[in-house]
Design a protein around this ligand. Sequence first.
Ligand SMILES: *Cc1c(COP(=O)(O)O)cnc(C)c1O
Length: 223
Amino acid sequence: MQQNVESIQQDVEKACQISQRPIDSVTIICVTKSVDNETTKQVVDLGFSHLAENRMEKLLEKQAYLANYKTIKWHFIGNLQRRKVKTVINQIDYFHALDKISLAEEIQKRALSKIKCFVQVNVSGEMTKQGISPDDLLHFIKDLKDFDRIEVVGLMTMAPIDSNLDELSHYFNQLKKLQQEIASKNLDYAPCTELSMGMSQDFMPAIESGATFVRIGSRFFES
Ligand SMILES: *Cc1c(COP(=O)(O)O)cnc(C)c1O
């Protein structure tokens, strides 16, 4: 894993250089959904403190296993069923998949403090993808105004896996533009300063388009 980590860090640095951004403007989230507890611990021991899971059971299991590591920031990515909100929402630092008012209502009901949320946007219009369509986004953000347990820290997207570089840049730039548009409104409940975009295959173009959080899984663990 050490070698993979070094090559990821080099690529992140390279993308930052190309786009003239400071290296510390990008946070690497290690997506540990496909690996066991022990491997996840190794990632933390290598210095990565932002971890992401997409299943409630796995999240809770890993949190129990890593209970002594107080500095870990836990991210929940992917679909969260409404009935699981009450178990998950107070266990995490960031939620990356807010895309329905019904889900916001459940978070509002169950959260014990303000939750940092990314609104997930479906920039490509792929039917299979979760997320709000870009056309509906501003309206959706406006509708979140009365939810005082939700802080919209930024936008999140997933690009289609078969995208070429031009398409990737197009999708990521589009998310950046939407983020800036919302941020410029200076809404106290939606500062929207962050961009969660870029995975193993496409984190370099994502950083070049302004990603502040990249979610990398398989690149860490491939042999
Ligand atoms: C699995 C997953 C990732 C990481 O994908 P890799 O291709 O393994 O880097 C990132 N974001 C989401 C939402 C995921 O489900």
